[in-house]
Design a protein around this ligand. Structure first.
Ligand code: MG
Ligand code: ZN
Length: 220
């Protein structure tokens, strides 16, 4: 019997992720891995960001879900190119899935590729997809203790988007607690507080993303 160590699988993933990143960079596509729990509001955030960007960048989306295409259909309605990955049980995306999905995307027509990962705060942290940035989405209803309890996914992220900020008065979510944890885990990460359904706070997040995208384009 052949036993493959998890470490080896992760190493293979890292190599493939690096290939993905090189292809994306060469094509001038800025890629962002959007992670967070189921129900954190990842898809709603993407919808709000596209509305705020208002055609400024040419976006595309890769949707990762265990089953179905509910989120991809929402993105398609906005006229944004989208590829749905069904992981059929797997609780995270990996670099090989992104390489396969990329075959259905025309990189020459894309500036910004957003990958909505499977809703999961645990193993999504272990799989580099080849992205340039990672955004962690945390809703006020999930609780302010999540960074302390799931440090790895927060640690590697470049921005924290706190969603459902309009519900703050109805929760015991303490923004100071999450800020303190982020200072410890990811001191360079930006934090945005948004209510994506109303658009509140979305503009600064969209501007930050557009600036990151533009900066990467002038890098090479
Ligand atoms: Mg979603
Ligand atoms: Zn997983």
């Amino acid at each position: 019997m052949k036993i493959v160590a998890a470490k080896k699988i992760l190493k293979a993933n890292d190599q493939l992720a690096e290939e993905n990143r090189q292809k994306l960079t060469a094509a001038g596509v800025f890629c962002v891995n959007v992670v967070g729990s189921p129900g954190a509001g990842k898809t709603t955030l993407l919808e709000a960001l596209f509305a705020a960007l208002d055609g400024r960048l040419r976006p595309a989306v890769i949707e990762g879900d265990i089953a179905g295409s509910i989120d991809a259909e929402r993105i398609e309605k906005l006229g944004v190119p989208v590829v749905q990955i069904n992981t059929q049980g797997a609780c995270h995306l990996d670099a090989s899935m992104i390489a396969a999905a990329a075959e259905d995307l025309d990189y020459s027509a894309i500036d910004l590729l957003l990958i909505e990962n499977v809703g999961n705060l645990v193993c999504t942290a272990g799989f580099d997809l080849g992205e340039h940035l990672r955004i962690i989405v945390l809703s006020t209803t999930e609780g302010d203790d999540k960074a302390a309890k799931y440090p790895a996914i927060f640690q590697g992220s470049h921005a924290l988007v706190i969603t459902k900020a309009d519900l703050l008065p109805h929760t015991n979510f303490d923004t100071r607690r999450i800020a303190a944890d982020m200072k410890r885990l990811a001191p360079k990460a930006e934090t945005f507080q948004v209510a994506a359904l109303t658009g509140e706070g979305i503009a600064p997040a969209a501007e930050w993303l557009a600036a990151k995208c533009a900066a990467s384009a002038t890098d090479d």
